[in-house]
Design a protein around this ligand. Sequence first.
Ligand SMILES: [Zn+2]
Length: 149
Amino acid sequence: MSVLSGAAKNSNKERKNKMALIQLKKDVNLTLSTEMALLTGYVARLWTGGGMGAFVITSARDGAHMEGSKHYSGNAVDIRTKAWLKPDGLHKEEVSVFVKSLRARAGAFGLDVHLHPEDDIRLKLRQRPAHLHLEYDPQEGEQLWEFVR
Ligand SMILES: [Zn+2]
Protein backbone atom coordinates (compact mmCIF):
# COMPACT_ATOMS: atom_id res chain seq x y z
CA MET A 1 0.00 0.00 0.00
CA SER A 2 1.40 3.40 -0.94
CA VAL A 3 1.54 6.36 1.41
CA LEU A 4 -0.92 8.16 -0.83
CA SER A 5 -3.60 5.51 -0.67
CA GLY A 6 -3.20 5.37 3.10
CA ALA A 7 -3.79 9.12 3.28
CA ALA A 8 -6.83 8.82 1.03
CA LYS A 9 -8.23 6.08 3.24
CA ASN A 10 -7.76 8.25 6.31
CA SER A 11 -9.48 11.25 4.78
CA ASN A 12 -12.42 9.05 3.77
CA LYS A 13 -12.71 7.87 7.33
CA GLU A 14 -12.60 11.44 8.63
CA ARG A 15 -15.30 12.46 6.20
CA LYS A 16 -17.60 9.74 7.50
CA ASN A 17 -17.23 11.00 11.05
CA LYS A 18 -18.13 14.56 10.13
CA MET A 19 -21.66 15.84 10.13
CA ALA A 20 -23.23 17.43 7.08
CA LEU A 21 -22.35 21.04 6.29
CA ILE A 22 -25.92 22.10 7.00
CA GLN A 23 -28.47 20.65 9.38
CA LEU A 24 -32.16 21.31 8.89
CA LYS A 25 -34.77 21.36 11.58
CA LYS A 26 -37.48 18.93 10.60
CA ASP A 27 -40.07 20.40 8.19
CA VAL A 28 -37.95 23.37 7.12
CA ASN A 29 -38.83 24.45 3.58
CA LEU A 30 -35.45 25.20 2.05
CA THR A 31 -36.81 26.63 -1.21
CA LEU A 32 -34.47 29.61 -1.42
CA SER A 33 -33.59 32.15 -4.08
CA THR A 34 -30.33 31.38 -5.86
CA GLU A 35 -28.72 34.33 -4.09
CA MET A 36 -29.82 33.20 -0.64
CA ALA A 37 -28.79 29.61 -1.34
CA LEU A 38 -25.28 30.75 -2.31
CA LEU A 39 -24.98 32.99 0.74
CA THR A 40 -26.28 30.28 3.07
CA GLY A 41 -23.57 27.89 1.92
CA TYR A 42 -20.97 30.61 2.34
CA VAL A 43 -22.08 31.43 5.88
CA ALA A 44 -22.36 27.73 6.79
CA ARG A 45 -18.75 27.22 5.78
CA LEU A 46 -17.61 30.22 7.84
CA TRP A 47 -19.71 29.10 10.83
CA THR A 48 -18.51 25.50 10.91
CA GLY A 49 -14.95 26.41 9.88
CA GLY A 50 -14.88 29.04 12.61
CA GLY A 51 -15.56 26.45 15.29
CA MET A 52 -19.13 27.60 15.94
CA GLY A 53 -20.48 24.04 15.90
CA ALA A 54 -23.44 22.71 13.94
CA PHE A 55 -25.04 25.09 11.42
CA VAL A 56 -28.72 24.42 12.03
CA ILE A 57 -31.37 26.12 9.91
CA THR A 58 -34.54 26.38 11.99
CA SER A 59 -36.62 28.27 9.44
CA ALA A 60 -36.39 29.34 5.81
CA ARG A 61 -39.44 29.67 3.55
CA ASP A 62 -41.77 28.42 6.23
CA GLY A 63 -43.18 29.39 9.56
CA ALA A 64 -44.82 32.64 10.59
CA HIS A 65 -42.71 35.74 10.18
CA MET A 66 -43.29 39.46 10.27
CA GLU A 67 -45.35 40.98 7.48
CA GLY A 68 -43.11 41.73 4.53
CA SER A 69 -40.45 39.33 5.79
CA LYS A 70 -37.82 38.14 3.34
CA HIS A 71 -38.63 34.62 4.50
CA TYR A 72 -41.71 34.55 2.26
CA SER A 73 -39.68 35.05 -0.89
CA GLY A 74 -36.96 32.56 0.04
CA ASN A 75 -34.48 35.30 0.85
CA ALA A 76 -33.96 34.64 4.56
CA VAL A 77 -32.91 31.82 6.87
CA ASP A 78 -32.78 31.55 10.65
CA ILE A 79 -29.83 29.85 12.35
CA ARG A 80 -29.96 28.22 15.78
CA THR A 81 -27.72 29.85 18.38
CA LYS A 82 -28.96 28.30 21.62
CA ALA A 83 -25.59 26.64 22.27
CA TRP A 84 -24.15 30.16 22.55
CA LEU A 85 -26.55 31.76 25.02
CA LYS A 86 -25.62 33.13 28.42
CA PRO A 87 -28.00 32.79 31.37
CA ASP A 88 -29.28 36.34 30.71
CA GLY A 89 -30.59 35.27 27.28
CA LEU A 90 -27.98 37.22 25.35
CA HIS A 91 -25.25 35.67 23.24
CA LYS A 92 -21.70 34.96 24.24
CA GLU A 93 -18.91 37.12 22.86
CA GLU A 94 -18.01 34.52 20.20
CA VAL A 95 -21.31 35.12 18.41
CA SER A 96 -20.88 38.91 18.38
CA VAL A 97 -17.40 38.45 16.97
CA PHE A 98 -18.74 36.09 14.29
CA VAL A 99 -21.54 38.52 13.35
CA LYS A 100 -19.16 41.45 13.11
CA SER A 101 -16.79 39.47 10.90
CA LEU A 102 -19.67 38.23 8.74
CA ARG A 103 -20.99 41.75 8.17
CA ALA A 104 -17.50 42.88 7.18
CA ARG A 105 -17.06 39.98 4.76
CA ALA A 106 -20.48 39.62 3.18
CA GLY A 107 -22.28 42.92 3.69
CA ALA A 108 -20.99 44.09 0.32
CA PHE A 109 -22.57 40.99 -1.29
CA GLY A 110 -26.05 42.04 -0.11
CA LEU A 111 -26.17 39.91 3.04
CA ASP A 112 -27.92 41.44 6.05
CA VAL A 113 -27.29 39.88 9.44
CA HIS A 114 -29.58 40.33 12.45
CA LEU A 115 -28.86 38.81 15.82
CA HIS A 116 -31.93 38.34 18.00
CA PRO A 117 -32.49 39.51 20.66
CA GLU A 118 -29.50 41.90 20.60
CA ASP A 119 -30.55 43.70 17.41
CA ASP A 120 -34.22 44.03 18.37
CA ILE A 121 -34.60 47.71 19.12
CA ARG A 122 -37.83 47.62 21.07
CA LEU A 123 -38.01 45.26 23.98
CA LYS A 124 -41.57 44.18 23.28
CA LEU A 125 -40.63 43.16 19.75
CA ARG A 126 -37.82 40.94 20.95
CA GLN A 127 -37.91 37.68 19.08
CA ARG A 128 -37.86 34.42 20.97
CA PRO A 129 -36.10 32.12 20.81
CA ALA A 130 -32.77 33.81 20.22
CA HIS A 131 -31.42 33.19 16.73
CA LEU A 132 -29.32 34.53 13.90
CA HIS A 133 -31.35 35.86 10.96
CA LEU A 134 -29.63 36.06 7.58
CA GLU A 135 -31.22 37.74 4.59
CA TYR A 136 -30.38 38.75 1.07
CA ASP A 137 -31.38 42.40 0.67
CA PRO A 138 -28.85 44.17 -1.55
CA GLN A 139 -28.63 47.93 -1.27
CA GLU A 140 -27.20 50.21 -3.90
CA GLY A 141 -23.60 49.25 -4.65
CA GLU A 142 -23.87 45.78 -3.10
CA GLN A 143 -23.75 42.76 -5.35
CA LEU A 144 -23.29 39.04 -5.00
CA TRP A 145 -22.13 38.31 -8.54
CA GLU A 146 -21.03 40.09 -11.64
CA PHE A 147 -20.78 39.05 -15.23
CA VAL A 148 -17.39 38.69 -16.85
CA ARG A 149 -16.28 37.70 -20.33
ZN1 LIG B 1 -35.68 35.22 10.26
